[in-house]
Design a protein around this ligand. Structure first.
Ligand SMILES: Cc1cc2nc3c(=O)[nH]c(=O)nc-3n(C[C@H](O)[C@H](O)[C@H](O)COP(=O)(O)O)c2cc1C
Length: 192
């Protein structure tokens, strides 16, 4: 399978980077082909501005958006790796979605509502958090992390088979616990 990995973390030595490395290596071991789009390294312009809206309306997309759409089209699988910042993805990833998932490309709207146009076989979302899982479960905050992206974005655009895994308290857990998290990442990527 061709797998596009969208990665959003600015620090080259972060735990998210370790997750990315495990995902890439595991997918290669399993015979998949990958492309990594490291949004910070690419300095992806992440603000959907008036010119973008006009371009979308006219159907003349900018070169950077076209390149991203080509990569999305190339893939049968998508992996999104990012830390949770204020209950959501870093702005650079939100902006990537805003600019790249345009009407007629990712979805369309007709009399019966919104139709997803993406045909990916599956997607996997991997998040890290500073927070405590027990509190997120008790307050049902975990739903605020997964549903907007898995249902509101990917599901709405036609990708139904979406796996999700959050890793909590990554800033404070022991080395052994972090290693167990990376082992879990390996298992998830191996099942892709
Ligand atoms: C701007 C910002 C916002 C954050 N918001 C949250 C949050 O809403 N919930 C949470 O549990 N952790 C939050 N954190 C903590 C990050 O999720 C945590 O630092 C990150 O997952 C650690 O992974 P890393 O070592 O790869 O950076 C936030 C961190 C930053 C910098």
């Amino acid at each position: 399978m061709n797998v596009l990995i969208i990665y959003a973390h600015p620090n080259l030595h972060s735990f998210n980077r370790a997750i990315l490395e495990v995902v890439e290596a595991t997918l290669h071991e399993r015979g998949h082909t990958t492309q990594v789009h490291d949004l910070y390294q690419m300095q992806f312009r992440c603000i959907l501005d008036d010119e973008d809206l006009l371009r979308n309306w006219r159907g003349v997309l900018s070169d950077d958006v076209q390149r991203e759409q080509e990569a999305v089209r190339w893939a049968q699988g998508l992996v999104l790796i990012y830390p949770i910042w204020w209950f959501g993805p870093p702005a650079i990833l939100k902006g990537w979605i805003d600019r790249v998932f345009t009407r007629k490309f990712a979805f369309d709207i007709n009399a019966s509502g919104m139709q997803g146009l993406l045909t990916h076989e599956r997607a996997l979302i991997l998040n890290t958090l500073g927070g405590d899982e027990a509190i997120y479960q008790k307050e049902r905050w975990h739903e605020l992390l997964v549903r907007p992206i898995a249902e509101g974005v990917l599901g709405a655009c036609g990708v139904r088979n979406v796996g999700y895994q959050a890793f909590y308290q990554v800033l404070s857990v022991s080395r052994t616990e972090r290693q167990a998290m990376l082992d879990k990442v390996r298992t998830l990527a191996a099942g892709f």
